[in-house]
Write a protein that binds this ligand. Structure first.
Ligand SMILES: Cc1cc2nc3c(=O)[nH]c(=O)nc-3n(C[C@H](O)[C@H](O)[C@H](O)COP(=O)(O)OP(=O)(O)OC[C@H]3O[C@@H](n4cnc5c(N)ncnc54)[C@H](O)[C@@H]3O)c2cc1C
Length: 444
């Protein structure tokens, strides 16, 4: 059986891996318009220093546990490095200064942010259950925890993950487990208190990981272990589904497959399939400036900080790379990554490098007090990189799935959760369903 996967990002590669692990009868072809695999998961080596273009680390809690399982299957556990324990600490900007996110009962009672959260949580216990099927993230948190919580905590969080305003995101699709707690227990806080805590082994503890060679190592290894045919530098420009096969076209050439898996973004897919519902899933653009200094500059011993919209109109947050993974301090002793753009500054990817570097130097002075200019910096433009799931996203995806023919299946971060763990989980689900169907011979 001939199957095709469009997209050699982590979703497409993991799918090929799960299919290969469980079936020896599949002839798998993987297409990507880029000349390399990994999609957004890519580590650049420049002048003896490693820089991450997309994720700086992989979270192995919750949906992320699947990353550890995959690492074990691939036999690359020895290559994993863990983030320093101290990088659990995170900061939020408030009135131009960094304020730690409370992480203990003492911090909840002693800081102004902690006391605000504590009060909001106590009040939340008495707020009646909402009746909406779905609503915006801002509306949910405002209803249950109050407006200050949205502007000080939720706004920087959604910008940090999606590059998007909480008013434009679906609660059900972006924070599903919190949404479910209200549905089940009538209160998020009560739900958190009553939900059984799963015992976590060290392997499953809330660690952020990378690899000795950076996160881009994961897709590299995956690709090297696949018995698939790779068509890199091949942009698919048309998909036609016929009764007995799917036709893929690229640059005038056509190829027929028995089944097609699509692991690309909704906007990219909307140019291949005439479905307006795909256009209803917008994507945000981000710019990351990764910088380094040869000297040691004092950084808080933490993961980094997020910036609410009320504090900065372009900067979303900063990761203290040299604190999180000092193992990657090769050329530089101090490294930070600054993230700009999203819905807060949609035109950011058109800014010139000089302007982005100048914004970064201003931010380093303003928030970290580092006045020395960077010794080097790399600018990464991630155009239309992160899907912004709008209210009603789950129902929209349901509709799209039904409109696709039986031979075409979607997966990946454009539709089913934007984290790397979510992308791998969607690949596993799709592989399991497909192999079950194949076994029961229902597909053909
Ligand atoms: C700056 C940044 C920071 C991030 N940080 C984190 C983080 O800390 N933690 C986390 O979990 N996630 C993070 N993410 C998100 C995470 O990287 C992505 O969700 C995940 O990598 C998406 O994987 P994917 O395979 O679904 O899609 P992609 O990686 O986008 O892969 C899709 C592939 O499809 C190819 N393609 C598109 N159209 C076509 C076509 N017509 N023909 C052929 N090929 C095509 C593309 O070239 C691409 O390689 C971050 C993302 C960015 C941009």
């Amino acid at each position: 059986m001939k199957v095709a996967i469009i997209g050699a990002g982590i979703a497409g590669l993991s799918l090929a891996w799960f299919l290969q692990q469980n079936s020896s009868t599949l002839d798998i072809s993987i297409f990507d318009e880029k000349e390399r695999v990994g999609g957004q998961l890519y580590t650049l080596e420049k002048n003896g220093q490693r820089y991450e273009c997309g994720p700086r680390s992989l979270r192995t809690k919750g949906a992320g546990k699947i990353i550890l399982d995959l690492i074990e299957e691939l036999g690359i556990t020895e290559e994993v490095i863990e983030a320093r324990e101290e990088s659990r600490t995170r900061y939020l900007v408030h009135k131009g200064a960094l304020e730690p996110v409370p992480s203990s009962l003492y911090a909840l009672c002693s800081s102004s942010l902690g006391r605000m959260c504590l009060k909001a949580c106590i009040k939340e216990l008495f707020i009646p259950r909402g009746r909406q099927d779905d609503e915006s993230v801002a509306s949910f948190f405002e209803r249950r925890f109050g407006r200050s919580m949205v502007s000080r905590c939720i706004d920087p969080l959604t910008y940090g993950i999606y590059g998007a305003d909480p008013h434009s995101l679906s609660m059900q699709s972006c924070f599903g487990s919190i949404y479910e707690k209200e549905k089940k227990f009538g209160s998020v806080v009560l739900g958190a208190l009553l939900s059984p805590r799963q015992k976590q082994s060290k392997k499953q503890s809330n660690v952020m990981i990378s690899f000795k060679k950076g996160v881009g190592f994961l897709p590299q290894v995956l690709a090297s272990k696949l018995c698939a045919t790779f068509h890199l530098g091949t942009k698919i420009d048309a998909i036609v589904e016929e009764a007995s096969h799917v036709l893929l076209s690229s640059g005038g050439k056509q190829c027929a497959f028995d089944a097609l898996f699509v692991a690309i973004s909704p906007q990219a897919l909307s140019t291949l399939l005439p479905l307006d519902q795909l256009k209803a899933i917008p994507q945000t653009s981000l710019v990351t400036v990764s910088t380094g200094w040869h000297d040691v500059h004092a950084l808080p011993d933490a993961f980094g900080f997020l910036c609410p919209s009320s504090e900065d109109d372009k900067l979303l947050g900063v990761v203290f790379d040299s604190r999180v993974f000092p193992q990657h301090n090769q050329l530089f002793k101090t490294r930070i990554s600054l993230m700009f753009g999203g819905e807060r500054a949609p035109a950011i990817s058109c800014f010139r490098d000089e302007d982005l570097l100048s914004l970064s130097e201003d931010a380093a002075i303003k928030y970290l007090g580092i006045k020395a200019p960077f010794d080097d910096a790399v600018v990464f433009r991630a155009r239309d990189a992160v899907a912004r799931y709008p209210v009603g996203h789950a129902a929209n995806v349901d509709y799209i799935e039904k409109r696709l023919g039986a031979r075409i299946t979607l997966l990946g971060a454009g539709f089913y959760g934007v984290s790397v763990g979510d992308a791998i989980a969607s690949a596993k689900r799709v592989a399991t369903d497909f192999l079950r169907l194949q076994k029961s011979d229902m597909l053909i």
